[in-house]
Design a protein around this ligand. Structure first.
Ligand code: NAD
Length: 310
């Protein structure tokens, strides 16, 4: 089913200069008036689509919030698990306190809020695929912060009838995701492969992850913007998983690199297996992932090649 498009609305995308937020902002700019609130910590000015208005400010600054909004896609966050572990209070301020202020502002304006939650809320899964009712024992301040705002979203719907939806993203990847210390494994592997460096897999590489392509995450957000099934949280993955070793091999194959795959020590605390049960999103959001891992990697690698060439 095609993604529903919110039209003629005033939309705020927090974190709209970042990876997911900028794709989302691009998808809705034109049909609607789009504001972006971003302090450019990990986001980039050049990601802001033309036609959208950038408000360069911190989400902790209440005064910075644009007014008279119909819809907020809340993507801004302190996204690094490692940094949240170093600085749990800062993580809480950005990820929880600022989100609570956002929900308060939305309450006064009756603005729908679609917010970015995370598979990190589940911690070490007892079983896969992981359904929304799986136990939640996050293993980092980041995961706990996301769980808290995920609960707040539901509570604001229950208590105040605010239209909220939490989308629990699994491992999102695609063009525009920048390789860095804390970014997704795909961007790191592709960067290594295109630089001719060894592709470094932690441990035996038999860990599994559910990698979801950015276009499918955009589709989920657009459908969440128009659904009647509010006050709910939905897993957003593909419902399939692959091993990290297999991922490295795929990237090696598509990039046609001379890089070797090497295994380093396993990372303490790494989750063994992750795979989303997406049946709830399929049923209530008409969410249907459309991009296979090979296809998504091809598009992503093409983008990285262009970056390397420039
Ligand atoms: N990428 C994934 O695999 C993944 C998985 C689960 C959840 N998420 C969530 O999705 C959302 C988007 O993640 P992303 O991968 O696009 O990360 P990203 O780092 O590319 O985007 C985050 C954006 O938020 C902005 N930001 C950070 N702190 C801010 C602040 N205090 N004030 C204003 N702006 C601020 C950054 O500058 C950046 O543009 C985040 O909430 C993240 O937790 C992402």
């Amino acid at each position: 089913m095609p993604a529903c498009t919110p039209t003629d609305q005033s939309i705020l995308v927090t974190g709209g200069a970042g990876f997911i937020g900028s794709h989302l902002a691009r998808a809705v700019t034109g049909d609607s008036t789009v504001h972006i609130l971003d302090n450019l910590t990990t986001g980039r000015r050049k990601n802001v689509p033309s036609g959208a208005t950038l408000h360069e400010a911190d989400i902790r600054d209440d005064a910075a919030w644009p007014q008279s909004l119909d819809l907020i896609f809340h993507e801004a966050a302190l996204v690094s698990v490692a940094e949240s572990t170093e600085n749990p209070t800062t993580s809480h301020e950005i990820n929880v306190d600022a989100t609570l202020s956002l929900l308060e502002q939305a309450r006064t304006q009756e603005t729908r809020v679609v917010l970015a939650s995370s598979a990190a809320i589940y911690g070490h899964p007892n079983e896969t695929p992981i359904s929304e009712s799986h136990s939640k024992e996050p293993t980092s301040p980041y995961g706990l912060d996301k769980l808290t705002i995920d609960h707040y979203a539901r509570l604001y719907n229950e208590l105040y009838d605010l239209e909220t939806i939490a989308l629990r993203y699994f491992n999102v990847y695609g063009p525009g995701q920048v390789a860095g210390d804390y970014s997704g494994v795909i961007s790191v592997f592709v960067d290594q492969a295109l630089s001719g460096e060894d592709i470094t897999v932690y441990g035996d590489g038999q860990q599994t992850r559910d990698f979801v392509f950015i276009d499918d995450v955009v589709q989920a957000n657009r459908n969440a913007a128009t659904t009647d099934a509010v006050g709910e949280a939905y897993n957003i993955g593909t419902g399939e998983s692959i091993t990290i070793r297999k991922l490295a091999e795929l990237i090696q194959d598509i990039t046609d690199t001379n890089s070797d795959i090497v295994h380093t020590e396993a990372r303490a605390g790494d989750i063994d297996h992750s795979e989303a049960d997406i049946s709830k999103a399929t049923e209530h959001l008409d969410y249907e992932p459309t991009v296979s891992i090979r296809e998504g990697l091809e598009q992503t690698i093409e983008w990285y090649r262009n970056q390397h060439a420039n």
